[in-house]
Design a protein around this ligand. Structure first.
Ligand code: MN
Length: 210
């Protein structure tokens, strides 16, 4: 992800607020991007305002050193840098432009997913199980390790896969604010909708550029 360093900005969505309808509703996208992500950006900038030596660091560098900082500052950086990173990965990883043939042109990643998980259906089933298993707030990810193996993991709160040296390919935000307006408490229905909104081209680029 190319987000430079302090002062961080809230990057615009790569589509209109209603650009993911009918899968992700307009109001949710407005609040999620303009309020939730904006708050992480603002709080990260506020935390860095008095820390000159941290200001040149990239978002990824901040996330990876957070645990070596004094506890209170470290927690603030970890939560807010993670909040920015995770939301940008999530928003940039969606589109509905590849409907109704989402797999076209995505040979390499899809082939690797099928090789790893047996079939796309089984991948969706396992991914959904993991996304449902997040207790409270967090994310489910398809990630690739340094040996190019794919796996599905979850992270709590605003933690990221970066400290585990894993490259994010796909990510779904399963905090309630991501789906409550449309689906109330039915996270499973939101996950089914999100499967329609995966940007497979972006996912494949993340895999290939790692
Ligand atoms: Mn969110």
């Amino acid at each position: 992800m190319k987000i430079h360093h302090y002062q961080f900005e809230n990057p615009p969505l790569p589509y209109a607020y209603d650009g993911l309808e009918p899968y992700i509703d307009t109001k949710t996208m407005e609040l999620h991007h303009d309020r939730h992500l904006q708050t992480y950006v603002d709080n990260l900038n506020k935390a860095l305002a008095d820390c000159k030596r941290l200001q040149p660091l990239t978002l990824e560098q901040l996330i990876c050193i957070a645990d070596r900082l004094p506890p209170k500052l470290g927690r603030t950086i970890r939560n807010n840098a993670g909040g920015v990173y995770n939301h940008v990965m999530y928003f940039n990883g969606m589109t509905i432009e590849n409907e109704p043939t989402p797999y076209e042109g995505n040979g390499v990643l899809i082939k690797r997913i099928i090789k790893t998980f047996g079939s796309m259906d089984n991948f969706y089933k396992l991914f959904k199980e993991q996304a449902l298993s997040v207790f409270g707030s967090g994310y489910a990810w398809l990630v690739m390790d340094k040996c190019d193996n794919l796996s599905i993991i979850t992270t709590a709160n605003q933690d990221t896969p970066l400290p585990q040296n894993l490259c994010p390919i796909l990510v779904i935000d399963v905090w309630e604010h991501a789906y409550y307006l449309k689906h109330y408490n039915k996270r499973a229905d939101y996950i089914d909708d999100w499967f329609h909104a995966i940007n497979w081209n972006v996912a494949e680029q993340r895999m290939l550029s790692n």
